[in-house]
Design a binder for this molecule. Sequence first.
Ligand code: EPZ
Length: 413
Amino acid sequence: MAIFEVESGAPLMGEAVVHPAKNAVLPIIAASLLTKDTILVPEMPDLSDVRALCGLVQECGGVCQRQGAGMALSTPEPTLPEASHMMRWTRASVLIMGPLLARLGSARITMPGGCAIGQRPIDLHLKGMAALGAEIVTRQGFVELKGRLHGGVIYLDLPSVGATENIMMAAVLAEGVTRIENAAKEPEIADLAQCLNAMGAQVQGAGSGSIVIRGVRSLHGATHQPIPDRIEAGTFCCAVAVAGGNILVRGARPEHMRALLFKLQEAGMSISEFPGGLRVRGKAQWPMEIRTLSYPGFPTDLQAPMMIVACIAQGTSVFLETIFENRFMHIPELLRMGANIRVEDHVAVIEGGYPLQGASVSCPDLRSGAALILAGLAAEGVTRVEDPQGHIDRGYENFEHALTAMGAQVRRL
Ligand code: EPZ
């Protein structure tokens, strides 16, 4: 449970430090089930999604030991998680399927209910496991898989990030060669492949739409530092566009953020890049057209923060959400703050330049919650963001500290 109180104030100045990426470390935590040796992650972000997945991996015989800023992970003896002990479903829980099947020859996961942003089925994950030889039974809300895995060819109808990761992790110990076509190209996929190859796997082509994995007999330990969080970095960039200012986003990788950076420049921001990160200056001026797509298109996880930028800019902006079916839940809350937004199905039309008024708003999901805090940075009066489910702490480490370090007025009650 968290409540954030936000007030608008001076433009943001100083710097924001980017943490290792949530969506890179979660598959790596799952990958630790693939070996009895130790995977060392020198810096591991402190997020509730990380703690939840570590809890589930420990139910599977894994050991996840915090070591300073990092974590040592290993699974000497993998076991199936007790059905009754299955952690509260987090989407990332599905990622234990591939590694358990590869290491143990069987796996069990809870059938995912939907979540706030959409139904989020796992049909493509299961299509991949079946192609590798797994027998799949769904009963009493669980999915149980078993079989000795062999190579196969899988075409993903959608370039699903999780399915690509799960199939890669299943294939690394399968007998023979596996090919994934129409694979997701997100940077976190290439990062996972780099970690798996450091563990002795043979994965080629990660980051392109076609990935080839040659199965090996076993994997060993490795040290791997995951990539910085392009969504956290992008959220900081949107905060500057909303509140105005001049911020150094330390540790960001601009090459992972091209879609966002171009769109912020079109909105009138000035962006300069350098080896250690990037600098964002100015305040949103011009409207934008945003269409969320799989990487390298505009990331769906930054659609909500970017919509606040559109509220600040002058003119009419148009947003099309193509990835999830219900990812506009920040909009009713923004309307209560005086925003002028019309929604038709997956399209939102934002009339920018209407002053936002502080209000009490509720946080419907992780990225919408962060976006509502950004809205408070530009609203007249106090904005109270109620986050009873702790969504924001799932994906942002000390979000309010990062903002107050830049001069924002944000308090966690
Ligand atoms: C990952 O989720 C990220 N999560 C999400 O970030 C991100 O929004 C998403 O990729 C898209 O980039 C993690 O990496 C832990 P998908 P994932 O499978 O793997 C449909 C955040 O805020 N689909 O690429 O679940 C699905 O319903 C989170 O950090 C199927 O139809 O996303 C969705 O509409 C939110 N069948 C679309 O594909 C399947 O078998 C994209 O889903 C799998 C997915």
